[in-house]
Structures are given as C-alpha cells and as structure tokens.
Design a protein around this ligand. Structure first.
Ligand code: F6R
Length: 613
C-alpha cells in the first residue's frame, strides 16, 4: 500500500528519498513522486509506474546540482484509491500557493465536502485525490505557522492519515502526523527520516520513534518535537529496530518470495526458540501476559484476520479446539468489525496480522476492546499498531517479510498458534506427558519444512506441467482445508491463474461442474483422518478428466497411485502437517509464476500492507 519517506539532514534529499522509496516498493504501488525544498521554493517530480520511472524523470528534468543541493524533502509511493494511477494523481500534492507540499497515506472521508468548500473560496484542484484537498486545507489555514496550520486542518478531517508536510516558507522542518496510518521517525546523527515503515529508515539509523494516533511532530535534522492535536507535548520512547538492512535484501535469491520460502526453517526456529517448556509439557509465551487462572476463564477463542492471516486463523481454529478443548471461531476482520459481534470478557480475541497495520484487523481489535474481550495480537512487525493496541500477544519473530505474497508469516502464525493452544491445552486437557509429546511435534517443524524445501527443483519440474493452465482447484479436508485455501490464494495472486480452494466434500455441491478434460486439481491427500474420503473425491475428479497433483505423506503408496503427480511431505501430526504442506504449495505457486514470467515480488493490483478498508 502507499509509502511515505521524508528526509531532513545533510545528505542529498532526492537520492535518500529515491532509495527510501525503493525499500518501500514491496508494499505495492502504482505511481511515485517527491517534493524537495530548494532556494525558497518547492520542486516536485512525479511519475506513474515504478520508482525507477520517477528516478529517470527527475534526472532528466532536474539540473544535476539540485541532487546535491537539496537536503529536505518528502516522497511517496501511491496505491490508487481516489482516481487512477496518473502523474497528476500521484503525491506529493501542493496547496493553492504552491508553497506547501504534502504526502499522505490513508483516506480523507469528508474530502468531497472540504473540496466544495475550498472551491467556493477560489481554490483550484488538478487531481481526483482526497490528498490534494488536505494540502489545500493546510494552505488555507496557514497564517505563518506550518505546525499550527497542519493542526487546524487535521482537526477538520474525518478518516485516516499518515502525513508528511514541507513548506518553502519554513525550510528546515518536516511536519508529520498520524491517525490510523503508521508513521515511524528515524533519529540519526544530524539527520531525521520520516517513513510509513521502518524498512525505509534502517539504512540510516536503528533508533526510531513510533507515532501514536493523533500525534503530530515537528521534525528537524536534530530534533523531534511531538505533540497531540491540541499541541500538548507528548513523550514517545525511542526504540531500537530489531533487524538490519541485510535482512531486507534479496540475499542472492531471484525474488524476495523465494528467499522468504527458503528462510522458513530459520524463521520457524526463531518463532519457536525458547518458547517450549519440555519440563512442564507446555509453552512459555510471556507476551500472553496472563496467569493460568486468567487463562482458565477463557471460554471461547475468536480469531480475526484477512487473507493469508485469515487462513492461518482457520488452522488455529482446529488447534484451539483439538488441543485446548476451547470453542474456537474464525472471522474475517471486516465482517467482525461491522457485524456487532457477541463477545465479552470470557472471550479471547486473537488478531492475526503480519504487518500489524491491516485496517480491518485493527478495527476488529478496537471493537473487541470496546466489548471488554481479552484481546491479543499475533503480529510480525514489532511496534506495529495492532501489537501496540492489543498490548499483549505473541510476536512471530519471522524477520521482515518483503514479498507481497505472504509465506513465512503464515507458517510462523501457525507455529505460534500451536504453542498458544498447547499452553491453553495444558491448563484444560493435556497431561504433562501429552503436552511434552506435542511440544516435540512443534519442535520438529523447521526440520519438516527443510525436507520440503529440499524438493524445490523437483517441484519446479512439476510446475512446468501446470504453468499453462488458466484454472485450478485446490481441495482438502480437516486441517488441510485451510491449506487448500491458502494454496489457491498463493497461486492466483502471483501467477494470475484462476484458482479456487474448496473443502473436498464441497466440490460435488457445485464446483465439480467446472471440471473437464485436463483441469488441474491440487489435492491435499495427507495421511490424516479423512484421507480415504479425499481419495474418494479425487476419483470423482478423475472420472471427469481432471489431472491430479497430490500433496501426500512420504511413502504413502496408496495415495501416490491415485495421482498424476505428487509432492511428498513428512509424516507428522495433522495440525503440524499444515506447515510443510503449505510450503509445498508456496513452492508450487512460485515455480508456476516464475515459469509464466510473472512479476512475483510485485503482483499486479496488490499491496503488502492494506491500510484502507
Ligand atoms: C496474501 C497476503 C494478504 C495478507 C493480508 C493480511 O499473500 O499477503 O492476503 O495476508 O493482506 O495482511 P496482514 O497479515 O499484514 O494483516
């Protein structure tokens, strides 16, 4: 989704801004732009398409000395919401005078009313965006104090924002603010970087300040002054970023997605390390922050999330019911937030979000908090809004996930939920010995995943036979049903093959009508309860001419014989088997997309962090 970078310091602002935008490319965007201060005026360059197009344009249009002279600027990657991804709609936007430039993430909901009001005062608008309206509003409120003008303008705005503003009349400062859209400030040596995500900051400094909602800050090269919208000073801690820039590079892999698939044995080890207690047959998840007595009061677990995180939640549902004997439900976060759900103090609501910034999941957290539920976050990004607003939960420790298609976050989410369920299960159902046995199963996950990754070349060969199809079905039962959904999502988002995931039993209630000679069906036929029924469903597909690619348990001859192609995953507990099985499907999707020549790290229309509804 949209990205913000602002720079003030001694270095060349355009160069810093371009490299910062490059680090935000993974979020997904369709145009880019920057504004810098030079000799008492604001200079803007914008381009539809990639950051490289912006870089080429700025170098073509601007004199070379501009790159060395200017040391203050703001920049943006835009993911179109209001108006198509054209140059004119790209940020930054200027106010009526042309002296004030603004970049903005989020949505100004009352922008139409504000625009009409401003047009009545003689303002001219060039774009279709809500952001240009905010730029004009700030200009309209400007009476010689930019900070005051931004405060005044924001007090009239409904919606969400993360913004950075500069003015030719007040060089030497950037004003930044947030409500519902993250802003991180990197505090360097004689330089300060404002960004929507720490990846754009890490090359400069690891010292960062996360703004809270309704914070507004005046940032100079060596100071950060944070206030609330009433201008009362507020204190925000400086924290240290827990990853370095190397972790955000491709490390020799052709794509971030492939790198992140291969990282999974390590990311899973990091997620699990130190969290299993073999003595007690339980897990140690201090972030859950609750005594066994408090946990004993939980009567229901409600898992909320979107996309891949929602699919992880579906695995979690099985885990909490099977291991902890607690009634569990999964709900799409947008549905949860608007449905007026019946929840209360004996419910544990777990918000699952890699980024910790997904708008619907965050709103679900707020709704659950309102209703007095016990709310926890399952986030990867440390210090993200959901992590902070839930106050308790468990970090994934998966390391930065750059690829738009989520891989290692899913497997770590599952691993962490298995540990959460084990902890709850020990208080309700499991004996110490049973707990120890399941803890060993969890401990084995990284090694199981390694065995699947070792088959990457073989999977690439299989992928060639499926790369020319335009439709595919994924089927599974029990714990493999969410894996089927996730496999279909991975394939469609990066290869653009139309893929649907179904419960294997559901196929004959309608979708089977679409099967014809050669239609690929990817069947999760692991040797877990329900396998025989899935094999029966496979026969039904075969009878209609479908080609079957099976995910099967290592050495299962019966299953192998039912397939045209198969990928083996090691034998393990049905809950644990979700992890190696999904890795097989991640590799399958990757190799198919690669074979089709797709832009794997930046799939069309997609954004890494979905901060709008
Ligand atoms: C798919 C994918 C998305 C995200 C979804 C939620 O590969 O990445 O479906 O899972 O947008 O994002 P988070 O987990 O950041 O809340």
């Amino acid at each position: 989704m949209c990205g913000i970078v602002g720079y003030i310091g001694k270095a060349s602002a355009p160069s810093v801004l371009i490299s910062g935008l490059r680090r935000l490319e993974y979020r997904g965007y369709d145009s880019a732009g920057m504004a810098i201060l030079e000799d008492g005026s604001v200079v803007v360059s914008k381009a539809p398409g990639k950051v490289s197009a912006l870089n080429d344009k700025a170098h073509a249009d601007w004199p070379a000395e501009r790159f060395s002279k200017s040391s203050t600027g703001i920049a943006h990657t835009r993911w179109a919401t209001h108006g198509p991804p054209t140059e004119v709609n790209a940020h930054p936007h200027l106010d009526e005078s042309g002296d004030i430039a603004l970049v903005h993430n989020g949505i100004i909901e009352n922008y139409r009313a504000l625009r009409t009001r401003m047009e009545g005062k003689g303002h001219h608008f060039y774009s279709e965006t809500d952001t240009e309206v905010l730029a004009h509003l700030i200009g309209d409120r400007y009476k010689g104090d930019l900070f005051q003008a931004v405060c005044d303008a924001l007090s009239q705005v409904e919606g969400t924002f993360g913004i950075a503003v500069i003015s030719a009349k007040e060089p030497g400062k950037i004003i930044t603010a947030r409500r519902g859209s993250p802003i991180v400030i990197g505090v360097g040596e004689g330089e300060t970087i404002v960004a929507s995500d720490a990846s754009a900051i890490i090359a400069h400094t690891r010292q960062v300040i996360y703004l809270e909602d309704n914070d507004i800050a005046v940032v100079t090269a060596d100071n950060v002054d944070i206030r609330d919208l009433h201008q009362v000073p507020v204190t925000r801690e400086v924290s240290e970023l827990g990853f370095d820039s190397a972790a955000a590079e491709k490390g020799g892999y052709e794509h971030f997605m492939l790198k992140e698939i291969h990282e999974q044995p390590d990311s899973l080890s990091n997620a699990i390390r130190g969290r299993l207690d073999f003595n007690l047959g339980s897990s140690v998840l201090s972030g859950m922050g609750s005594s066994p007595r408090e946990l004993a009061e939980i009567q229901r677990v409600v898992l909320v999330g979107c996309g891949t995180s929602l699919h992880a939640g579906l695995v979690g549902e099985y885990a909490f019911e099977d291991l902890a004997n607690i009634h569990a439900e999964v709900e799409q976060a947008a549905e949860f937030r608007y449905r007026n759900p019946i929840i209360g103090r004996t419910d544990l609501v777990v918000a699952i979000s890699q980024s910790g910034e997904t708008a619907d999941t965050l709103a679900a957290v707020r709704e659950a908090n309102q209703k007095g539920a016990f709310v926890m976050g399952l986030c990867n990004v440390v210090g993200s809004t959901i992590a902070r607003e839930t106050g308790r939960g468990v970090y994934l420790h998966a390391g930065p996930e750059i690829s738009v298609a989520s891989t290692k976050a899913f497997t770590c989410q599952v691993a962490v939920m298995l540990m959460m369920a084990l902890k709850l299960g020990r208080g309700r159902r499991f004996s110490r010995d049973e707990g120890m046995k399941f803890a060993r199963e969890i401990e084995s996950i990284p090694a199981l995943v390694e065995k699947v990754i070792a088959q990457s070349d073989r999977i690439a060969e299989i992928a060639k036979r499926y790369a020319n199809d335009e439709h595919a079905f994924f089927i599974g039962r029990g714990t493999m049903y969410p894996v089927a959904l996730e496999g279909a999502l991975k394939l469609k988002e990066i290869s653009y093959i139309h893929a649907e995931g179904y419960h294997a039993a559901e196929l004959k209630h309608g979708p089977i009508a679409l099967l014809q000679e050669g239609t690929p069906v990817i069947a999760l036929a692991n040797d877990i309860p329900g396998k025989d029924k899935t094999l029966g469903n496979i026969e039904e597909c075969r009878a209609r001419g479908a080609r079957i690619l099976g995910i099967i348990t290592e050495g299962d001859q019966e299953a192998a014989e039912a397939m045209d192609d198969f990928i083996e995953v090691p034998a393990c507990h049905p809950l644990v088997a979700t992890v190696p099985s999904v890795v097989a499907l991640q590799l399958l999707a990757y190799h198919i997309a690669n074979e089709r020549g797709c832009e794997i790290d930046q799939p069309r229309n997609l954004a890494k962090s979905v901060t709008v509804e």
